[in-house]
Write a protein that binds this ligand. Sequence first.
Ligand SMILES: [Zn+2]
Length: 586
Amino acid sequence: MATAVAASLAGATQLPALPRVSDPLSEFEYGAVQLTGGPLKRQYDRIHAAYMALDNDRLLRVYRLRAGLPAPGAPMGGWYGRDGFVPGHSLGQYISGLSRFGRATGDPACAAKVGELVAGFAATLGLHNMPFAAPNAENVWPCYILDKHLAGLMDAYKLSGIKDARDLVPRVFHGALPYIPQHGRDRIGKRNPPYDETYVLPESLFLAYEMTGDRAFYDRALAYLLDRDYFDPLAAGRDVLPGRHAYSHVIALSSAGKARLVLGDEKYLRAMQNAWALLQSTQQYATGGWGPNETFIEPHKGQLFDSLHTTADHFETPCGSYAAIKLARYLLCATGDARYGDGLERVLFNGTLAVKEPDSDGDYPYYSTYGSQVRKVFYPQKWPCCSGTLVEGVADYVRNIYFRTPGGVAVNFYAPSQLQWHEHGTPVTLAQETDYPLGGSVSLRVTCSAPVQFSMQVRVPGWVGATPSLHLNGKPVRADVRRGFAVIHHRWTNGDTLFFNLPQQFRAEPIDDLHPETVALLRGPLVYVERNPAAGGLEHAPIDSLQPSTASPGAFAARSAAQTRTYVPFYFVTGEAYTMYSQRAE
Ligand SMILES: [Zn+2]
């Protein structure tokens, strides 16, 4: 007996036990939720198709060249190319995104393509498991690329069922060890070397540790957590954001979220909450974006206002939205607080959903521009970082809508969709119909083979003001409001339908605290911009002059004797000129 205990204790020191954290919300797996209509599904389907169309030979070419293998297919060029900025950087993200699409949609072609890419990559690793495509990748960006390789291989194994991908996780890591530093380090600013971002890796390393049980992943995750320079001061309430590189320090907060779950240390939650509050109160544009020229500003100095005139690079949108949405999901789960859902929908509808659609040969959206008389453009170099986060972020749309609670489900996000799960052993389907985000009517219909008791929480967005009245099967129903969610306890029978309306009104939000007269117009969760603005317009149309346009659902028009001005959600804009920030009307 004593021997058995001693043996298990020895095992425990070898593999640290994972603390049990029981949080108010938890995420459903890919496959539990399907989008069924609306603008998110349109983008979701287009991105799914666009990444399925990527040519495997072209994607593998830089890796095959490095391995001395035949390398058919045209060079990718841009960032991805052999002499590019970060050679071969986004292969793991494309694999990851396709795995997520495949699991959520059931498209078998995704898993097949993932299998071919994983096998093609594995064939290039060689005896020393060399995971980098070119000297510029191994010398300048090894951690950045390793993070993406690990995410891709773990998703390929978990979501596409590619068994070999699991064995590649430790091989790729050990092959990368000669090139990655022993200890973590921070990256200050956008241009100062070293560029490489050790601190984005702990989340993937902890996940790899959970998958493989290999202690080396755990130890390196601890070594790379940015405690002293970032998480500790944030947890203590100090603002250490100004001057830091924006995207990488927000995605690093996902590593804080994972560290909290693995290590059981609540300082990581305080760091995430305080960082979120700082982003919201000091860094954020109306879209939920932040980081002009990829750098956090000094608050209370009018620098967001200045950025409208000094740069067009206001928000690194696919990457930044991906980081902000992941952070929001970690915070939602840890706290059950709906305000993180408010932030999530803001940056999703006005960030990821509003980007210019990629072309078929490497032209991708990167920076969004929030000034006046501007247009959406592609990044000048092909295959940038944002080509990797775009597919992952859009594939993740299905993870933002519904969350599991100890007593039922929470509806965090409104989009035509369907959730399937088991409640007390009974299979339940929840079908959501809504005209969101252009309108606010939401209907949630339960299908179940037998009556089942559970609570349904629905998020009441902060912009609504008052709690809306809820109707169950046409009759008013009482709801408790808890942390921004209205909670309905009910014994649900087949066909029960909950209905409510979230009324949307226009409002103006200032660019920063020193410039209350420079505003963006919002309605519900959406930023509205003036489409094809007349030259020389210095003021927005007055809010009370905006009337629904008969020409296009969701558009609004302000008519005067001289002209008609049109305002549309930012995500409506494709190639035409627009103005987001302008002076508040007198
Ligand atoms: Zn990017």
